[in-house]
Design a protein around this ligand. Structure first.
Ligand code: HEC
Length: 154
């Protein structure tokens, strides 16, 4: 009697390991299917460090940050593509989309004026990180980039 019970308990144990393994396996498959290239790229973008030091002559930040050190303000389009587009192209995390006039006008009203929008972009607001992660952007560069994506003017 004792032996049967032990055998039963042992087989139950083995079964639960099998079922657990199957479950874990299918969950993994599910997660793998869910991620397409676009969302994977977005995740990589999101988990990047907020900033890194890019020394002159080094091949980092596509040379953009290095070039700006000596040649004045960067083009708003370049800043947008490098820093803001990850969220503002698709509306990720509820970001107002580039050229979505209705959203931008509503935001302008909520913030009071362009300066309100600018301050929120510089300081960060809810899921929007300070300076949209462009930590070496000047206030003027942020301002010009907001105009680029919203068509709103200071
Ligand atoms: C990590 C995602 C992300 C990045 C990168 C990002 N934004 Fe945003 N942004 C958001 C989100 C989310 C909101 C909406 C926040 C809210 O819920 O009010 C937002 C809102 C804004 C607003 C409106 C603020 C307001 O008062 O309503 C401005 C302006 C803005 N972003 C500018 C920028 C600029 C300029 C850049 C690039 C330099 C940038 N963002 C990069 C996510 C991002």
């Amino acid at each position: 009697m004792k032996t049967t019970q032990a055998v039963n308990a042992a087989s139950l144990f083995v079964k639960s390991i099998l079922v657990g393994g199957l479950l874990a396996g299918s969950l993994q498959t599910f997660a793998a299917v869910e991620l397409d290239d676009a969302s994977r790229a977005e995740i990589v973008e999101r988990i990047q460090p907020m900033g890194h030091v890019c020394k002159i002559g080094e091949d980092c930040a596509n040379g953009a940050a290095v070039a700006s050190a000596s040649s004045g303000p960067r083009e708003p389009e370049a800043i947008f593509n490098q820093y803001c587009g990850a969220c503002h192209n698709s509306g990720l995390l509820g970001a107002p989309k580039v050229n979505d006039d209705a959203s931008w006008n509503a935001r302008l009203q909520a913030a009071g004026d362009f300066t309100g929008l600018l301050n929120n972009a510089i300081n960060g607001i809810k899921a929007m990180p300070p300076k949209g992660t462009c930590m070496d952007c000047t206030d003027d560069e942020i301002s010009a980039t907001i105009t680029y994506m919203s068509k709103l003017k200071p």
